[in-house]
Design a binder for this molecule. Structure first.
Ligand code: ZN
Length: 164
């Protein structure tokens, strides 16, 4: 989860730096200096993504965000993908919108929509399934028969009921 957010944040920083290089900031033409905007441009989408991640983790938990899953590169890739999409969508929207308030709204909506879409594409955590690979756990087996992860990796709940 931390890696996802960190990668998302890095993509917003990259977007800001690219914008700075291209035209002195994405919103520079609106009379707001790019450095004044830096906190909003970078932190606002990251904050929105963070809220989406926390909400999703409560409502529809993703396997990759489970503490037991050690797949840093995959976690970073998903975060970077969401961050890139969010940056690209909001950059295009900013070019088309008329005022600063709309730009901020575009930042929020772009981050919320892209983060949600990417999170939904990540494998879900399901009761009775292995948290590492998603295979159905066989009751009574000590290990996942697909990836040989320890059964303590099982999602608690249905798995225990099935075994018991
Ligand atoms: Zn497994």
């Amino acid at each position: 989860m931390k890696r996802f957010i960190a990668a998302f944040f890095v993509m917003q920083v990259i977007k800001f730096l690219v914008g700075l290089r291209l035209e002195w900031g994405w919103l520079g033409e609106r009379g707001v200096g790019p450095w004044d905007r830096l906190p909003v441009t970078v932190l606002l989408p990251t904050l929105v993504a963070m809220v989406v991640v926390l909400w999703m983790d409560r409502e529809l938990p993703r396997r990759l965000f489970d503490r037991r899953v050690k797949q840093p590169l995959t976690q970073i890739s998903f975060g970077a993908a969401a961050g890139f999409l969010s940056a690209a969508v909001s950059a295009v929207a900013t070019r088309m919108l008329a005022n600063l308030a709309m730009d901020f709204l575009a930042l929020v909506i772009a981050a919320a929509v892209t983060a949600t879409a990417v999170l939904l594409s990540m494998p879900r955590m399901r009761p009775g399934r292995c948290v590492q690979c998603g295979a159905t756990l066989v009751p009574g087996e000590k290990r996942c028969l697909n990836c040989f992860a320890d059964r303590s990796d099982a999602v608690p709940g249905l798995a225990e009921k099935m075994a018991g």
